[in-house]
Design a protein around this ligand. Structure first.
Ligand SMILES: Cc1cc2nc3c(=O)[nH]c(=O)nc-3n(C[C@H](O)[C@H](O)[C@H](O)COP(=O)(O)OP(=O)(O)OC[C@H]3O[C@@H](n4cnc5c(N)ncnc54)[C@H](O)[C@@H]3O)c2cc1C
Length: 385
């Protein structure tokens, strides 16, 4: 098979995983990233003063049910056991999240057993008059009732999304994780862990291949495509078209970094459920590496707001207005030549890391098949709308 020249835009997980697969199959891969580091939003680096591994763009916990993806990441990093145990401060107390039996008993000042708590929540708390919840608010009221909804979901959601839960679709809260036992593991997945030396080190391992060249501090321009057979673009979909139709809406995050001598909060993630506290959560990064010991500590207070043109796009909003614009960009993209849109920004979706890797492996496989059959590569290998 003839060697092809591929350009990957973005040295995050999408660009790295697809690039590696193509390189493994004999193709030449150039990766550009406008940032000064690889790793995309998963980037981690050690703080010079405390030596704490900092999750620079916000906390990242690896969790998956996909065994192939778990084996894939374990090829490039030593994963150590890590369970995400989130706490939340509300009404002057600290509770466990997701809502579990401890949360319920503590919140209502009771000592219920699982079946008693189940009956209490479903029969006395839940608003059973809501037969078909239409909004996030109705969904929460339907499942846990007003008291728990207001303490743990309402304020947090207003801060995170900048609108009232009655304006958000019920689908955001598809399954409300309420546990009638004392399990406080935030995730349900079979595999969960943290790379011992951080995500950037893992992604450096993925990129370490003689047929991969990485160029940092290099922003993609469409004219660059001429030098390559095909481009995989993991930048913002609307950005590829110079925002000609307008901007797809995103939420961005501001991190107010502070250091502390000792242990600031005793856990990695503390949410703040009340609207009157302006931040959504505080992360204390050293607790993401419980196998390390550090005297000092690095913490992030996290604030969420609408992304402006110069902000980092974090969470796609994907409400009715944004979906209409997305439709228009997808129409344009479907007519574009020699480019495939990938990853969280290229497809305007929130993707966990395991899903990003799964999609990247599948995209690379489909692309390699198309190349071997002499077919053109499609603009999307996943459903975006
Ligand atoms: C706050 C937050 C917390 C998260 N926590 C978790 C978690 O706990 N667990 C989990 O599984 N997932 C988590 N995720 C999801 C995870 O970040 C994504 O799965 C992952 O980053 C997707 O990788 P990507 O390569 O598609 O995108 P990115 O990581 O965004 O990489 C895209 C890269 O493209 C570059 N780029 C963009 N435009 C251009 C251009 N024009 N020219 C050159 N380069 C360009 C960018 O600089 C960036 O480096 C979280 C996401 C966020 C926002």
């Amino acid at each position: 098979m003839k060697t092809r020249q591929f350009l990957m835009v973005g040295a995050g997980l999408s660009g790295a995983v697809i690039g590696r697969e193509l390189a493994e199959h004999g193709h030449e891969v150039t990766i550009v990233d406008s940032r000064s580091h690889i790793g995309g939003n998963c980037h981690t680096e050690r703080d010079a003063d405390t030596d704490v591994m900092v999750h620079v763009y916000g906390p990242h916990i690896f969790h998956t049910d996909d065994e192939e993806v778990w084996n894939y990441v374990n090829r490039y990093a030593n994963f150590l056991p890590y369970k995400n145990r989130v706490k939340t401060t509300s009404k002057g107390q600290v509770f466990s999240l997701p809502v579990n039996l401890h949360t319920i008993n503590q919140f209502f000042g009771k000592t219920m057993r699982p079946d008693e708590a189940h009956a209490f929540i479903t029969q006395e708390q839940a608003d059973t008059s809501i037969a078909d919840p239409q909004s996030f608010e109705e969904q929460a009221m339907r499942f846990v009732g007003r008291d728990l909804y207001e303490a743990f979901f309402k304020g947090y959601t207003i801060k995170q999304w900048g609108c009232h839960p009655s304006e958000l679709p019920a689908s955001i809260l598809k399954r409300l994780p309420v546990r009638f036992n004392y399990d406080d593991n935030y995730f349900f997945h079979k595999f969960q862990g943290m790379p011992e030396n951080g995500y950037t080190d893992m992604i450096a391992g993925i990129l370490d291949h003689p047929s991969i060249t990485v160029k940092l501090n290099t922003t993609f321009e469409r004219s660059m495509s001429d030098e390559f057979d095909h481009v995989f673009y993991s930048g913002p979909l609307d950005g590829y078209f110079d925002y000609e139709l307008g901007r797809l809406g995103y939420r961005t995050l501001d991190f107010e970094r502070f250091t502390y001598d000792g242990d600031y909060q005793g856990c990695a993630v503390m949410n703040y459920g009340e609207e009157k506290v302006p931040y959504t959560r505080i992360t204390e990064h050293k607790h993401f590496a419980p196998w390390e010991a550090h005297d000092g500590s690095v913490c992030y207070r996290e604030f969420s707001r609408a992304a402006g043109p110069d902000d980092i796009p974090y969470y796609p909003i994907r409400q009715v207005k944004e979906k209409a614009l997305l439709n228009e960009y997808v129409e344009r993209a479907n007519k574009a030549q020699n480019v495939t849109f990938v990853g969280r920004l290229g497809t305007y979706r929130y993707l966990d890391m395991d899903v990003t890797i799964r999609e990247s492996l599948d995209t690379a496989k489909a692309a390699l098949e198309a190349v071997s059959e002499g077919k053109a590569l499609t603009p999307f290998f996943v459903s975006v709308l």
